[in-house]
Write a protein that binds this ligand. Structure first.
Ligand code: 5AD
Ligand code: SF4
Length: 444
């Protein structure tokens, strides 16, 4: 018999992608071979998200589908935020699932998987405030950019959000450990890192803040692009903004979740800033980094949101001029403070649906106009992967996070190119290669 195989499927945010990489790394070092599909795998793991009901329903459906790929002796485990939130209920609901492990329990994976293969069922949902999986070697899915977790958990208490419940309290990795991991990914041939945390710019390892971290990671030899996600507006200290402005490798893009443009809604969401506070934060960032692009997250239909308040969100969107926005209809999550608001405040589904539609159109029409002005301009892009649609097309990104499709083949992955923008469709661009550059030599 060969080595047992493991397949992992990931839902939700980049932090979950990064966790999946750590889990695969851990299991690989325990003798499991990672495989690309669920068919016949000895171990199937589904790393889940709990942020909206829709995300959970998808996973429930998927668990049923994946059951078909199981054979005698194979085990299925549910990990991540939904595992943490539902715990024993998952074992009740899905009899073919034998492992339920929350975000702080992955150290026990080899041992729990082993006992599951002998027929035992287990739940592990305790938090561990020391846990950063420092000694794990992630098995990375991406060959061009590396996800680097720098902080786990969240100490904000936004009233709509399940994350503080599923990921526990905020804690930061030591700066030295992050720098060491960054140097390691350079040695593997990558030149872009994305620093991850739930409110990443509140990073503090007891000695260093996020400004120190940007400066340290940004000056690692061989690093050309540093990104981070997601910051909280209240944690943009002058130090952080200055570091961003001064460190040449830190890219000119900020994903800055706004959630609403109405101060009354923001208060009810416990975002801890007002509309004006958010707009000032945008101004401060733009003053220091004039060519920065901004993207955001917005929730519509939060309890009690009136038409006027929704209009304030639209006007804030126009005022800021986001390059793109992720837009969501409020989804009540059990156990979050928002579910305790009076029932008569809930916004009817049709109203929320219409608002989402109008919001999406407002974002789009602004981007369309701005995008047209970029035709003919030149940009440095990094080729990230093959484009899904079409043949012989590559997906690349500018420093400020614009997506540019360029002709080319897989040999060009990881290369920096200069492209001229030739067209735009919605939020993405097409481009032609102007002058090819060689990738930086490998370090070491
Ligand atoms: N309903 C809808 N959207 C939500 N988000 C977080 N919680 C909820 C919820 N209960 C959105 C926020 C956050 C993004 C990751 O998901 O906009 O920034
Ligand atoms: Fe989903 Fe939030 Fe958990 Fe990420 S941290 S997987 S977005 S619930």
């Amino acid at each position: 018999m060969g080595q047992p195989t493991v397949y992992i499927e990931t839902y939700g945010c980049q932090m979950n992608v990064s966790d999946s990489e750590l889990m695969l790394g851990k299991l690989a070092s325990a003798g499991y071979t990672p495989v690309d599909g669920p068919e016949g795998a000895d171990v199937i793991l589904v790393n889940t998200c709990a942020i909206r009901d829709h995300a959970e329903q998808r996973v429930i459906g998927r668990l049923g589908e994946l059951k078909r790929h199981m054979r005698k002796g194979s085990v299925m485990g549910v990990t991540g935020c939904m595992a943490q939130r539902l715990g024993p209920q998952l074992l009740e609901k899905a009899k073919h699932v034998s492992l339920v492990i929350g975000p702080d329990g992955y150290r026990a994976l080899p041992q729990l998987v082993e006992s599951a293969r002998h027929g035992e069922r287990a739940i592990l949902t305790s938090f561990d405030l020391e846990e950063h999986y420092e000694d794990f070697t992630p098995r990375r899915f991406d060959r061009v950019k590396a996800w680097i977790p720098v902080q786990r958990g969240c100490d904000y208490r936004c009233t709509y959000c399940i994350v503080p419940t599923t990921r526990g309290s905020e804690r930061s990795r030591r700066l030295d450990d992050v720098v060491r991991e960054t140097a390691g990914v350079v040695a593997e041939g990558m030149s872009e890192v994305v620093l991850l945390g739930q409110t990443v710019n509140s990073y503090n390892d007891g000695t260093h803040d996020f400004a120190d971290l940007l400066r340290a990671v940004g000056s690692v030899d061989g690093i050309r692009r540093v990104r981070y996600t997601s910051p909280h507006p209240n944690d943009f200290s002058e130090r952080v903004i200055q570091a961003m402005a001064e460190v040449p490798t830190v890219c000119e893009h900020v994903h800055l979740p706004m959630q609403s443009g109405s101060s009354r809604m923001l208060k009810r969401m416990l975002r801890r800033y007002t509309r004006e506070g958010y707009l000032q934060c945008v101004e401060r960032i733009r003053a220091a980094i004039p060519n920065v692009s901004l993207t955001t997250d917005i929730i519509v239909g939060f309890p009690g949101e009136t038409d006027e308040e929704f209009e304030e969100t639209l006007s804030a969107v126009r005022e800021v001029g986001f390059m793109d926005a992720f837009t969501f209809i409020f989804s009540p999550r059990d156990g979050t403070p928002a579910t305790r608001l009076p029932a008569e405040l809930s916004v009817p589904a049709e109203v929320a649906g219409e608002r989402l539609q109008r919001l999406v159109e407002t974002v789009r029409s602004a981007t369309r106009e701005r995008n047209m002005t970029l035709l003919g301009t030149r940009h440095e892009v990094l080729v990230e992967r093959e484009a899904k649609r079409g043949e012989a097309m590559l997906m690349s990104r500018t420093r400020d996070f614009k997506t540019v499709l360029v002709p080319g083949d897989a040999t060009m992955l990881g290369q920096y190119l200069t492209v001229e923008i030739t067209g735009t469709t919605g939020s993405t661009f097409t481009g032609s290669v102007v002058r090819e550059r060689q990738p930086l030599p490998m370090a070491g």
